[in-house]
Design a binder for this molecule. Structure first.
Ligand code: ADP
Ligand code: ZN
Ligand code: MG
Length: 480
């Protein structure tokens, strides 16, 4: 049997840090970073006798997330203690939700491998607190704990095992991330750990009705690593099975450098955590009116923005999809279009060169270093003929390295387009003299020769000549 005889089964658990101002059970700030242990108080440092009080905003944000992912909202819910020991968790339990999560039975619509629509089920979304962070070996060996992150609110979104390939997993995660960004419940900054995924993978023979045993890779925070890890892990499992072995249910660590997974520990079961209701917190009861009110005030979701781009701006479905996939990209598109008034050109640049550079640099749209104003300025310079699109390509590269006003960039670099008739004519004549064969070709009816000559002239002027003018003038000169 080979890999083609197997099916991959994936379920994802996503932890998103909520962008509330304060923590889930105290009034400390949730801000990322800060001197170690400065965003703390007796509650989040787990001093004996300190009592938690649930932050109402956390409930509101979780309900928003549930509504945006087609979940049922549970009107009666509660907080439970999940007991385990780890040095970044001074209470020795995490306050989470066990059997009565705030949201359940939802779905997110994605595109599958063939580009067809597919629903990925969402089992549940629950609220919980984040743990602190250990800093290893920073102060001459040993580990020190920083509790700034302890008590930062999280929502955990658990998917059904409906995902069938690494590509689908990526599509699902991108969709979920964009929904949470649009409804402004989380900034989803993967590089700061505000959007982290536990990846569960199993394989089974095609056509089998039972799932295989899964392994889990925790806390992954880059799309690329997740895709690689799924591919590697599925291959590894298939090899084990093909050799007559059995998959152990365990937690694995993905190592990005070697591109392999390593065993960390046996997987705990729910019973190992000894869940029980937190006696310090009251039950959560929501009225229909409360839920209805949040529903009526949900911001625009990517799906409706996409429809709007197609109907109002006449963009293709593919382009609208790409532009709205990230809220940052879509906001930049709208803002820059509004400033320069040419949404077609803005969309073209965002989806071609800018997207290509994002890919090459392996960064996300929220890390674009330049502003919508700067992008709009560049588009205006193209429209006015101050720069050619060949120069604009260089300007985009420069905007990533050294973001500033494109007008300043082209002045500094001497990249202004040559649109002066006299100067263009000079180049045209020089190129014609140097390429008698192409001239002869043209006269013999080979129109393509003009393209070659324009190319030569662009080379001669280091991309600065206005290509439309060159084209026109070559034809005029050759027809003489
Ligand atoms: P735990 O917290 O113990 O990991 P959960 O029930 O919260 O358990 O999460 C289980 C995750 O694993 C879900 O996303 C689920 O879809 C996924 N999952 C369950 N069984 C399988 C399987 N056989 N193969 C792949 N994923 C699975
Ligand atoms: Zn606190
Ligand atoms: Mg898990």
């Amino acid at each position: 049997m080979s890999r083609e005889d197997y099916e991959i089964v994936i379920g994802l658990e996503v932890h998103a840090e909520l962008s509330t101002k304060t923590k889930i059970f105290c009034s400390c700030p949730t801000e990322f970073g800060g001197e170690p242990n400065t965003h703390t108080c007796p509650v989040c440092m787990a001093m004996p006798g300190a009592l938690p009080v649930l932050n109402e905003k956390v409930v509101e944000y979780a309900v928003k997330a549930g509504l945006a992912t087609n979940c049922e909202i549970e009107k009666n819910s509660k907080n439970d203690r999940k007991n385990y020991f780890y040095p970044d968790l001074p209470k020795s339990y995490q306050i989470s939700q066990f059997d009565m999560p705030l949201c359940k039975n939802g779905y997110v619509e994605i595109e599958d491998e063939k580009g067809e629509k597919k629903k990925i089920g969402i089992t549940r979304i629950h609220i919980e607190e984040d743990a602190g962070k250990l800093n290893h070996n920073e102060f001459g060996g040993g580990s020190l704990v920083d509790l700034n992150r302890a008590g930062v609110p999280l929502i955990e979104t658990v998917s059904e095992p409906d995902i069938r390939s690494s590509k689908e997993a990526e599509n699902y995660l991108r969709k979920l991330k964009s929904i949470y960004e649009y409804i402004e419940v989380s900034d989803c900054k993967m590089q700061e750990g505000s959007f982290r995924t536990d990846v569960n993978v199993s394989v089974r023979k095609k056509g089998a009705s039972e799932f295989g045993t899964r392994t889990e890779m925790k806390n992954m925070s880059s799309f690329r690593s997740i895709v690689r890890a799924i591919e590697y892990e599925a291959d590894r499992q298939i090899d084990v099975i093909e050799e007559g072995g059995k998959i152990e249910q365990e937690t694995l660590r993905w190592d990005d450098v070697s591109g392999k997974t390593f065993s960390m520990r046996d997987k705990e079961d729910a019973q190992d955590y000894r869940y029980f209701p937190d006696p310090d917190l009251v039950a959560i009861k929501l009225s229909d009116e409360y839920i209805e009110n949040i529903k009526n005030n949900l911001p625009e979701l990517p799906e409706s923005r996409k429809t709007r781009y197609m109907s109002e701006l006449g963009l293709s479905e593919k382009d609208s999809n790409l532009l709205t996939a990230s809220k940052h990209l879509s906001n930049m598109f709208e803002k820059a279009s509004k400033i320069c008034g040419n949404h077609k050109l803005v969309a073209n640049w965002l989806l071609s060169d800018i997207s290509r550079i994002l890919n090459e640099k392996e960064i996300e749209a929220d890390q674009i270093p330049f502003t919508a104003e700067q992008l709009a300025k560049m588009v205006t310079l193209i429209e006015k003929g101050t720069i050619s699109s060949a120069i604009a390509k260089k300007v985009v590269e420069e905007l990533f390295e050294n973001p500033k006003d494109p007008e300043e960039i082209i002045k500094e670099k001497g990249w202004i387009q040559i649109s002066d008739e006299g100067a263009i004519k000079e180049v045209v004549q020089k190129i014609i003299e140097a390429n008698p064969q192409s001239v002869a070709d043209f006269k013999a009816g080979k129109d393509k020769a003009v393209g070659f000559l324009v190319g030569q002239a662009m080379k001669e002027t280091k991309g600065k000549a206005n290509p439309q003018m060159l084209n026109k003038m070559f034809i005029e000169e050759l027809k003489k």
